[in-house]
Design a protein around this ligand. Structure first.
Ligand SMILES: [Zn+2]
Ligand SMILES: [Zn+2]
Length: 339
């Protein structure tokens, strides 16, 4: 099959590799219908995840059709259209029952989803079947459920966003835009998107942002306070993962508020004394996508939730190198890949 392989930072290719095989009785093999590039894929692409010693298959967001199942797979059937969260989990252990599927005692990461076929461990616990015929127009929305939308949602939930909350979102990538939509969905009264890019501002507004703040740093935080009657936001959603973006989040928060964070932290140092002095909360982490899927999938299927607009470019899998380049250069927000 053809699969995306990162040979070294900046050198990404579509290679021919052996088809994945069932390794455990609980595995499934899924034929990818659509995959995409994640902001977190850009860290190894840019060589910022430590030294890469050998070529590696990459990609962790996909939807597809089950092609083969192991002997112990009971719920997922060959031919099912499935959503595949980016971490696998058994959906039965104590952490899964607590809704923290990303800490599943039998779970873990799996990779290689920017490919034609993927082996998914713990198939029954991990994969969620989309009932009925799947209209092709629904595919982008369904694909967001494998990571990006539930991650934005997790950020908002972690920050305690509820009916009437005031919210500022730091980061205008696909996760930040998803967080805008998630905050509105949870009933936020005011959502401020911090963005300097017109195309991204446009999607933020479509997703429900009431205000756009272009300034950064103290000036940006001052604009947030001005909009919110002189105090910071009840909840700030940090969707980048850098030291600067975390700093921006705390600058924009009101005393007693909470920062939700879902960007993979790279070089973040927390201002613990400022947090202590202002009763600032911080909550979030890697999103337990599987926990949120039943609720979010139902709304995608009934048409009330439409998160697919984060994909502003669709390319055939052959052009995966262009997909990475355009996201790296911020020419595209998020690229959908079709094998
Ligand atoms: Zn991702
Ligand atoms: Zn578990």
């Amino acid at each position: 099959m053809r699969a995306t392989v990162l040979h070294s930072p900046g050198d990404i290719r579509l290679d021919t590799v052996p088809d994945p095989q069932l390794r455990h009785d609980t595995d499934a093999i899924v034929r990818v219908v659509a995959a995409c590039v994640c902001g977190s894929d850009l860290w190894p692409y840019r060589g910022l995840n430590g030294e890469q010693t050998e070529p590696q298959q990459i990609g962790h967001e996909h939807v597809g059709i089950v092609e083969q199942v192991g002997a112990e797979v009971a719920d997922v059937k060959v031919g099912d259209f499935v959503i595949a969260p980016f971490k696998h989990s058994d959906n039965t252990c104590v952490h899964c029952r607590n809704g923290v599927h990303t800490s599943c005692v039998n779970g873990g990461f799996y990779t290689g989803c920017q490919a034609e076929l993927v082996r998914v461990p713990n198939a029954d616990g991990t994969l969620v079947t989309v009932p009925g015929e799947v209209d092709d127009a629904l595919v982008p929305h369904l694909l967001t459920l494998s990571d990006v939308f539930p991650t934005g949602h997790h950020c908002a939930v972690s920050a305690g966003v509820t009916a009437g909350s005031t919210v500022a979102v730091v980061g205008d990538g696909a996760v930040g835009l998803s967080a805008v939509l998630a905050a509105k969905r949870l009933g936020a009264s005011t959502v401020i998107a911090m963005s300097r890019h017109e195309a991204r501002q446009q999607i933020a507004r479509e997703f429900g942002a009431d205000h756009i703040v272009e300034s950064r740093g103290k000036e940006g935080a001052a604009e947030v306070r001005e909009i919110l009657g002189g105090i910071g936001a009840d909840a700030v959603l940090e969707c980048v993962g850098t030291h600067e973006s975390m700093k921006q989040a705390f600058l924009s928060l009101r005393p007693g508020g909470t920062v939700g964070y879902v960007g993979v932290p790279h070089g973040v140092e927390l201002p613990i004394n400022v947090m202590f002095g202002n009763n600032f909360g911080l909550a979030g982490g890697v999103a337990p996508v599987r926990a949120y899927l039943p609720e979010l999938l139902a709304e995608v299927l009934d048409g009330s939730l439409r998160p697919g607009a984060v994909f502003d470019l669709t390319l055939p899998l052959e052009r995966v190198a262009d997909a990475y380049r355009s996201m790296d250069e911020r020419a595209a927000i998020k690229v959908l890949l079709r094998p």
